[in-house]
Design a protein around this ligand. Sequence first.
Ligand code: UDP
Length: 401
Amino acid sequence: MRIDLVSEHASPLAALGGVDAGGQNVHVAELATGLARRGHDVVVHTRRDAESLPPVVRTGAGFAVEHVPAGPATAIPKDELLPHMEEFGERLAKRWAEDPPDLVHAHFWMSGVAAQRGAAGTGVPVLQTFHALGRVKRRHQGDKDTSPPQRIELEAEVARGADRVIATCSDEVGELTAMGLPRERAAVVPCGIDLARFRPDPRGVKVRARPRILCIGRLVERKGVDIAIRALADIPGAELLVAGGPPASEWDDDPEVARLAAVARQAGVADRTRFLGQVEHDRAPHLYRSVDVVVSAPWYEPFGTVPLEAMACGVPPVVSAVGGHLDTVVDGGTGLRVPPHDPAAVAEAVRSLLARPEWRAELSAAGVERVRARYDWSELVQQTEAVYRQVAAFVPGGGAP
Ligand code: UDP
């Protein structure tokens, strides 16, 4: 099949850890790679956000990335991209009128707006993965939510207009049906892990003189890194590594970095907190394997790749009991789940893991097993492809099998 993925802000070629570059970029890159490996002709459409980007890049992984001119060729925060989606959609419409794919899969709501506009009248089926939902974001972030005010309404339209919505966790399906999506048009395929890269340390669980905790991800407030920093005050002797954040050139001006550094000072743990900045995704497995516990304590989490990467590397995660974490982390089985917004609960969970290396080894082994059994990208690409084939078979004129 010729499969076109649309990912307006999240390029599969981008460096990760910045405010708008995280799990979606990894997801799109892995899906495109896996589909190409299975013999499909895959094109990813992403916004051209730098003058230096060529119109088309053929990746070594066998898929193409087309840089779509929509708005200025500069970085724009994703919450300011909506005005450019009309142009994005028009470009797609032109491209697909000349050379239609068998199927389109849009990632994030704005890609859905552009993709559905681009595919209108062509008979090409459009599938949707949201990665995050505006109504959930608004519920948790309230006034701090910088999404465009139309988001919630447009998102519901995108859900209803899609031929199928592929959710990444069961919690999301409840939200989607509340938005008016008939249950039979929702499928669940979680995000996966590249098991060739994210592997445990063959030497097993270690006991270090100075225990190490890791937080890795985009440095945005809702990711709850401050909760891990506050927890550190009650985890004597441990050090906390924080990976992610803006590129080094913007580090000193970043308000979230300044806020987190202030939290570390106030909590009296500045000397035990190390900000590493962005870590190349290829280096992430090595980083995971160098720590004893990973903490991921977001306020809410549409999926949450980080705990799975930790489990794949044999490191038990301590996570907030929200969203995708409820599916991925077995409490007391592969990691520990704690209430959100609760540094004391994080500290207690981490201390209990650090105090019992043999228990950590059990959780570690069970975590590796769980990720292998359920979250192998190659298996999930096949599940996604099965949804594609179902949809292509039902849409008149859509998708050759
Ligand atoms: N990541 C990375 N380097 C960094 C920060 C993050 O490679 O400096 C990766 C991390 O390994 C994970 C992704 O970014 O694969 C974050 O995904 P997650 O689903 O946890 O959060 P999201 O960013 O999608 O909200």
